[in-house]
Design a protein around this ligand. Structure first.
Ligand code: F0G
Length: 455
């Protein structure tokens, strides 16, 4: 596949050091076979996440020098607020230390015990925030999302029939409807404009506000431009504007499509919601014009939000994901198709068809990949899914995935080739992947700190 050269050149570099296999074996044992517990210096290519791991531009770094560190009313806050209003159309903005800070504020205002939150697919922190309030996180994504080989162009779409049903049946328990763009837990798959529009119409008909979890909004807009009828000639900025026109507010992790290493925000159209939220902003994050961030961070986020709308950047970024996906597909490696916006997802159930589910095949694959090439990936499968709230049984999720998450503006095609080589070599030698069992299992968000050993 032809890949365009990156629309930037490299001005600052960060050295990487390759370890020996024996060193990696020791590091992995020390980390309890959990990639989250590996020190970064032990990792050669870090694909744990695309969150806060990207490279900022010279323009963003320059902006950091004009950070106004006033406690209240920083210049950079106003710049951020104006930028969000211009790009997304939300008048009211509360910066937060990252996306989950915004979720915390929104759900503190909106949720009570027994409520239900319909979403195409909750990200794990969003789900945890809902469940922490003894409310139910309901995933209503279309069935195709659960079929890794379905070529549906918008596998992040919500099943609107199911949304109507639940609003009709349990409307009094539903304070808001959410849409996650792109749908991270479903493979970085986009949501179509048509679906966003329809979800918004349904929510409106039932008198419910719609909030967009917008971590990867620009990548979503790129896929709309590429794949949806009627958007080919529209600029990314126009598409983004239309996407958010259907929503009443948004939560944002700036660590993704605001191209920063830390930061986020909650944004609202409604002044009343903003007022209620500021109380909790002060409580959890800080005064509502800084929200746990330095003035310089607000400036970097404002500038990143504009940079991310560049078509060439988005084409190159998603092109990298497609390049890696194509290399794996050529070798027959089972992955989630079509390639998403920020990661390639290995389908561990087809990669390791003989490994029992209780040996956590996707998690086991992350260990093997680290040993193979010093590559750190992340499981999006049954360890992440946790236990059933009622029965306390392990939830064996319908998808058992390994996410090879590509940081923004960070790695080259040579890195991608090294990743592909390591994955292909394991696929051809599956006995090198050994199943895992828990030796320590924390009660919530277990994937972050659990420890394992080989079965
Ligand atoms: N929503 C989505 C869709 C996300 O992917 C994330 C984070 C969040 C919300 C929370 O934002 O991390 O800034 O607090 N996703 C990261 C990931 C952690 O690796 O996919 P945060």
């Amino acid at each position: 596949m032809k890949i365009v050269p990156p629309p930037y050149r490299i001005k600052v570099v960060e050295p990487l050091e390759m370890t020996t296999r024996a060193e990696r074996e020791a590091y992995l044992e020390e980390a309890g076979y959990n990639p989250f517990l590996l020190p970064s210096k032990a990792v050669y290519i870090d694909l744990l996440t695309d969150s806060g791991t990207g490279s900022m531009s010279d323009n963003q770094w320059a902006g950091m020098m004009i950070g106004d560190e006033a406690y209240a009313g920083s210049n950079n806050f106003y710049h951020l607020q104006e930028t969000i209003e211009e790009i997304m159309g939300f008048r009211y903005v509360i910066p937060t230390h990252q996306g989950r800070g915004a979720e915390n504020i929104l759900f503190t205002v909106m949720l009570k015990e027994g409520d239900i939150v319909p979403n195409n697919m909750h990200f794990d922190t969003t789900k945890a925030h809902v469940q922490y309030r003894k409310a139910k996180a309901l995933d209503l994504v279309i069935d195709e999302a659960y079929d890794p080989s379905s070529q549906h162009p918008f596998k992040g779409d919500m099943n609107t029939e199911k949304l109507r049903e639940v609003l009709t049946r349990d409307g009094d328990r539903i304070p808001l409807v959410m849409m996650t763009v792109t749908c991270n837990s479903g493979g970085g798959q986009p949501v179509s404009m048509a679906n966003l529009r329809e979800v918004s119409e349904i929510a409106k008909a039932f008198g419910k506000p719609l909030y967009i979890d917008s971590a990867r909004f620009a990548e979503n807009a790129y896929f709309i431009k590429l794949r949806e009828e009627g958007y080919q000639d529209k600029a990314i900025a126009e598409i983004v504007k239309e996407m958010f026109s259907y929503a009443d507010g948004a939560t944002m992790s700036g660590k993704k499509d605001a191209l920063v290493n830390i930061g986020g925000f909650a944004a609202f159209k409604d002044e009343e919601m903003y007022r209620k939220s500021t109380v909790w902003a002060v409580f959890f994050e800080g005064f509502p014009t800084y929200g746990g961030l330095a003035g310089r961070d607000l400036e970097a986020m404002a500038r990143g939000l504009k940079e991310v709308l560049d078509f060439d950047y988005l084409a190159y970024r998603t092109g990298q994901i497609k390049y890696l996906a194509d290399r794996l597909l050529e070798a027959g490696v089972p992955i989630m198709e079509p390639a998403g916006g920020h990661a390639v997802y290995l389908d561990a159930l087809r990669f390791l068809p003989d490994m029992p589910r209780e040996h956590f095949p996707a998690f086991a694959l992350t260990s093997a990949l680290y040993l193979e090439g010093g590559i750190r990936a992340v499981e999006i499968g049954s360890v992440l899914a946790g236990r059933d709230q009622e029965t306390n049984e392990n939830v064996y999720s319908s998808l058992e995935l390994v996410r090879l998450t590509i940081p923004r503006r960070t790695y080259t095609e040579r890195h991608l080739d090294a990743i592909a080589d390591a994955v292909i070599s394991l696929y051809q030698n599956p006995t090198r992947v050994k199943g895992l069992k828990f030796i320590y299992e924390p009660p919530v968000l277990r994937h972050f700190t659990a420890r394992f050993n080989y079965v």
